[in-house]
Design a protein around this ligand. Structure first.
Ligand SMILES: CC(C)(COP(=O)(O)OP(=O)(O)OC[C@H]1O[C@@H](n2cnc3c(N)ncnc32)[C@H](O)[C@@H]1OP(=O)(O)O)[C@@H](O)C(=O)NCCC(=O)NCCS
Length: 383
């Protein structure tokens, strides 16, 4: 009789690989991409440069940066076939389902999708980084029965997303906000979606298959979908004065408060701190009454949750809690929050695929079997 092995449910605390891409220090609430602090990157860099850094492991020179940005701009537009499918799906399906399907379709336009040479892999990753914001924006447009807006080559990737979604060129502050969200969501070590991307990549399936897996995994409310769920909760609270009663009752009913808690961070998520500080800045820029109310509710909920569960249980706000109110500053519908996460996280997923294929090993964990053995088979008439 086998003795039962130690099982780490949810792979909690298990190292599955080495990586030089990002480090999450959960005890101290710190995050680095390739050794650069998230605070420095959020303040001084932009999404294109961060994507380059994640993929190539170093900051680009001016020429490298320009070549990279040119490639991205050349690839942002979508094939007509993909636009048609987005148009058909967007009015009836959740935008994450549209993202997953449209991304999967891109394999049709790659002449050599299974080529795993380093250059070919990086090239596919760049194509996906360029196209996913356009898929997200097109989904938003077609959901509202509006027409597709092609990318504007004078704009950066994240501000292009806003432009293609709204038809308006963002002002400086709006460009900063959307780029901040793209930078902060770009990478986060072996979270559920990145791990699922690597599981698929480890079978030597192609970059499109791995990315589609990642999108499916990111959809869930315990992972990427938490941003939409957190805003739904803030909206359900409705009035700032209801905040404490709502949260207390939810906690008493053993409900999870979306946007709080994290498998690795047992301190305040540094990305949430950054989003919170930009939200406070947005309050100085005459936001709508809706945004003011959302923020009042969010700040009261944050205080109560920290008082109750912060030090006591290591449950602090994560980025998804403040992401929703910030996207509302930009007028973005809550159903598009997780698709933006996808568009940004492509840089991290792609970097991990590139790194993993340097030393590929099929992922195949074990399960401890608890069922019977050698059960006699009865024909159907005798059951
Ligand atoms: C992210 C998450 C799944 C990580 O959880 P985990 O590491 O697996 O921890 P567990 O689910 O085992 O929870 C540990 C304890 O904290 C509680 N807890 C965790 N997150 C909580 C939350 N958001 N609200 C209330 N209680 C929470 C659990 O109920 C559990 O309590 P118990 O020990 O009394 O049973 C969890 O914090 C969560 O569900 N958060 C909400 C969803 C979210 O914001 N996800 C985005 C993450 S970036």
């Amino acid at each position: 009789m086998n003795t039962k092995p130690t099982i780490n449910y949810g792979l909690e605390g298990i190292y599955v690989d080495e990586s030089a891409i990002s480090k999450v220090d959960g005890q101290n609430g710190k995050l680095w991409y390739r050794g650069y602090s998230i605070e420095d990157l959020a303040e001084k860099s932009n999404f294109e440069e961060v994507s380059y850094l994640l993929i190539y492991g170093k900051l680009p020179t001016k020429t490298e940066y320009e070549e990279f940005v040119t490639k991205l701009k050349e690839r942002m537009d979508l094939p007509e076939e993909v636009k048609k499918v987005i148009k058909a799906m967007a009015p009836v399906a959740h935008p994450m389902d549209v993202m997953r399907t449209a991304t999967s379709m891109l394999v049709m336009f790659d002449k050599d999708p299974s080529n795993k040479d380093l250059d070919a892999t990086v090239d596919k990753v760049i194509t996906l980084i360029a196209k996913l914001p356009t898929i997200a924006a097109a989904t938003g447009r077609f959901r509202e029965k509006k027409s597709f807006i092609p990318p504007d080559n004078s704009l950066g990737l994240s501000e292009n997303f806003l432009y293609m979604l709204t038809g308006k060129r963002p002002n400086k502050f709006e460009s900063k906000l959307i780029d901040l969200m793209f930078i902060l969501h770009a990478e986060h070590s072996t979270n559920a979606s990145t791990f699922s991307v690597l599981v698929t990549a480890s079978t030597l399936a192609d970059v499109y298959a791995a990315t589609t897996t990642g999108i499916g995994t990111l959809k869930g409310p315990l992972h990427g979908g938490a941003d939409e769920s957190a805003l739904n909760m803030i909206n359900a609270i409705g009035n700032p004065d209801n905040t404490e009663k709502y949260i207390e009752e939810a906690l008493e009913g053993k409900q999870r408060i979306m946007g709080f808690g994290h498998r690795v961070y047992k301190a305040y998520d540094p990305r949430a701190k950054l989003v919170r500080s930009y939200l406070e800045e947005s309050l100085t820029k005459e936001p709508s009454d809706e945004v003011k109310k959302l923020l009042q509710i969010a700040l009261r909920a944050e205080k109560l949750m920290i008082d109750k569960l912060g030090n006591a249980k290591g449950i602090w706000p994560n980025i998804d809690f403040f992401a929703g109110p910030l996207y509302r500053v930009l007028g973005i519908d809550s159903k598009l929050f997780t698709p933006i996460f996808v568009a940004s996280r492509m840089s991290g997923w792609g970097s991990h695929i590139v790194e993993y294929w340097h030393n590929n090993k099929l992922v195949r964990p074990l399960e401890y079997y608890t069922g019977p053995l050698d059960v006699p088979y009865k024909p159907i008439e005798q059951r």
